[in-house]
Write a protein that binds this ligand. Structure first.
Ligand SMILES: NC(=O)c1ccc[n+]([C@@H]2O[C@H](COP(=O)([O-])OP(=O)(O)OC[C@H]3O[C@@H](n4cnc5c(N)ncnc54)[C@H](OP(=O)(O)O)[C@@H]3O)[C@@H](O)[C@H]2O)c1
Length: 183
């Protein structure tokens, strides 16, 4: 190697990727809203239009990285530009404007951790189920009404069995309960 212009170890240090800086104290949370019958989605979108819950979602996740499935992204495109978003898709040819793609949950989590101090798992159904063991907290809005739909929030009660906080909003129907749950 004498005389070589390739001083590999120095380059290796110089090009250490940035992600590590966020990993300390990095928090993984899940956030979802579901109806009394566990429904959370219908035809690729939310089954309801509840402004208070939508504002709660936007406010809670501000400053964090959002990790979501490809169908969720397609419903969220109007908001992507203001956020760090990682989209899970198994199709490597897919591109997601203003968002990053990852091909599996672990890669998505690693990428999200490199983008923001906290990660918010935003669904859908399979991603919530897969991420449940990994997330520390669940922000769950319970909507006290039944809806028709094709996607349900997976059973969480045995995993997130510690109530951290609860806020109820009774002013308008349906009643909303904003729960923060831990393990
Ligand atoms: N109420 C709520 O809080 C809430 C929250 C989230 C979603 N929703 C609703 O739920 C519905 C969307 O959820 P969904 O379950 O149908 O779909 P989704 O999870 O958003 O998207 C499914 C797609 O994500 C990709 N994907 C999922 N898991 C993956 C993995 N482990 N690795 C790589 N790629 C993965 C695949 O994309 P490819 O096919 O491209 O490979 C899969 O087809 C919508 O109706 C939405 O409004 C509601």
């Amino acid at each position: 190697m004498e005389g070589s212009t390739l001083s590999a170890p120095i380059h290796a240090t110089e090009y250490e990727p940035e992600p590590k800086k966020h990993l300390q104290n990095h928090m993984i949370r899940m956030i979802a809203a579901c109806a009394r019958n566990r429904v959370m989605g219908a035809g690729g979108t939310l089954p309801w239009q509840i402004q208070e819950d939508w504002e709660y979602f936007l406010e809670s996740t501000r400053g964090g990285a959002l990790l979501m499935g490809r169908r969720c992204y397609e419903d969220f495109t109007d908001y992507v530009q203001d956020r760090e978003v990682v989209v899970l898709s198994r199709d490597p040819s897919r591109e997601f404007p203003y968002a990053h793609r990852a091909g599996n949950l672990q890669d998505g989590l690693d990428l999200a951790a490199s983008l923001a101090p906290d990660t918010w798992i935003c669904g859908g159904e399979g991603i919530y189920r897969e991420a449940m063991p990994l997330a520390e907290e669940l922000y769950l809005t319970q909507i006290d009404q039944e809806y028709e739909g094709d996607v349900c929030f997976p059973k969480w009660e045995k995993v997130f069995n510690r109530e951290i906080s609860r806020k109820e909003m009774n002013s308008k129907a349906p009643k909303l309960t904003f729960l923060v749950l831990g393990k």
